[in-house]
Ligand binder design. Structure first.
Ligand code: SAM
Ligand code: SF4
Ligand code: FES
Length: 332
């Protein structure tokens, strides 16, 4: 296994002359460790209501220029069932931090969804140990919560009234409870250094992440970061490739934000270390409103169209669509 030092990671991130070598090494490591299968996770964005004020995100509560929605628990359960009928083996429930979805409401949703033959991932932000435990007891399998950046100073600038240590506590609790735990970072936040990106990669290893999602920062005009430059696609791809090399057997998604910056971004990511795609299965009516950043792909499409579209793209590069749950190799 290749194990780069922090200085080696920094050097690779700063030097663009060896990018082809890096991407093909990551592709080789991906193939040897997790194979040719691509796991599709059906993503339901069920509420854009959020109590937080993350400076980069269009869902932050101070953004008054957004039409808020919340899908009812009954409809969330219905859409998850439809995703299972479409052949998805995992459904991901994602939202802002919406207080309507209390522990009890979430537990009911989880129990109902788990009556289908699918794995269930939650991505609903910071909760207490007890809440994470109950969600797990009700059947939730996985949890995604990005650290966003491991640079404490930058973290506190980007996340007013949030606590870096609590974010770490969440990740540790999730691991302790036996969740397949996903984390990740944004690449290109204003003020972010290459050294801090190297620390992010080392952090993923240190906490033994089961899944890592890397996305370029995309500037949203209705946030305090309006007018800032977007993150760089190639740099985000390099952070992702290094993550694959350093954590060979984890799940790595080709993120929607990558495709937003590059029309072929997800396929390029799948050829540079990624092995997961999360097609949107939210009904078209709500897609435009889940505007975490502008230019998000697929906002006028429907779930069937996205499934067909991504399947044919994946097959066109000779990869296969998995029929399995795509459980992290750490738990097999
Ligand atoms: N509220 C939950 C949370 O924050 O963990 C889940 C939903 S949140 C919208 C999902 C992810 O969107 C965040 O982890 C963040 O990295 C990403 N995101 C938010 N704003 C973004 C932006 N402007 N550019 C790129 N990614 C962004
Ligand atoms: Fe809310 Fe998540 Fe956006 Fe932060 S990143 S404002 S917690 S939806
Ligand atoms: Fe949605 Fe291609 S994945 S249209």
């Amino acid at each position: 296994m290749v194990d780069f030092s922090k200085q080696e990671i920094i050097d690779i991130l700063q030097d663009n002359s060896k990018n082809e070598w890096l991407f093909s090494l990551a592709d080789k490591v991906r193939k040897e460790n997790v194979g040719e299968d691509v796991h599709l996770r059906g993503l339901i964005e069920f509420s854009n209501i959020c109590k937080r004020t993350c400076k980069y995100c269009g869902l932050r509560c101070e953004n008054k220029n957004i039409d808020r929605y919340r899908i009812t628990p009954e409809d969330i359960i219905f859409y998850a069932g439809k995703a299972a009928d479409m052949g998805y083996k995992t459904v991901v429930l994602q939202s802002g931090e919406d207080s309507f979805f209390t522990k009890d409401v979430m537990c009911e949703i989880i129990k109902e969804i788990k009556k289908n033959d699918i794995a269930l991932t939650l991505s609903i932000g910071e909760r207490t140990f007890e809440e994470y435990k109950e969600f797990k007891d009700c059947g939730a399998d996985r949890y995604l919560i990005r650290i966003e950046t491991t640079d404490r100073n930058l973290y506190s600038k980007m996340h007013p009234n949030m606590d870096f240590d609590n974010r770490i506590r969440c990740l540790k609790d999730l691991k302790k409870l036996g969740y397949e735990t996903g984390t990740g970072c944004l690449v290109g936040l204003p003020g972010q250094t290459v050294e801090s990106l190297a620390n992010d990669i080392l952090f993923f290893k240190e906490i033994d992440a089961d899944m890592v999602g890397i996305g370029p920062f995309i500037s949203h005009p209705d946030t305090p970061l309006k007018g800032e430059s977007n993150g760089d696609f190639t740099l985000a791809l390099k952070v992702m490739a290094l993550t694959r090399i350093m954590l060979p057997d984890i799940n790595i998604p080709a993120t929607t934000a990558m495709e937003t910056l590059n029309p072929n971004g997800r396929i390029i990511a799948l050829q540079s270390g990624a092995n997961v795609v999360m097609p949107n299965v939210t009904t078209t009516e709500f897609r435009q409103k889940y505007e975490i950043y502008p230019g998000k792909i697929c906002i006028n499409e429907n779930p069937d169209k996205c499934r067909g579209c991504i399947e044919s793209k994946i097959k066109s590069i000779g990869r296969t669509i998995s029929n399995e749950y795509g459980i992290s190799r750490h738990y097999q």
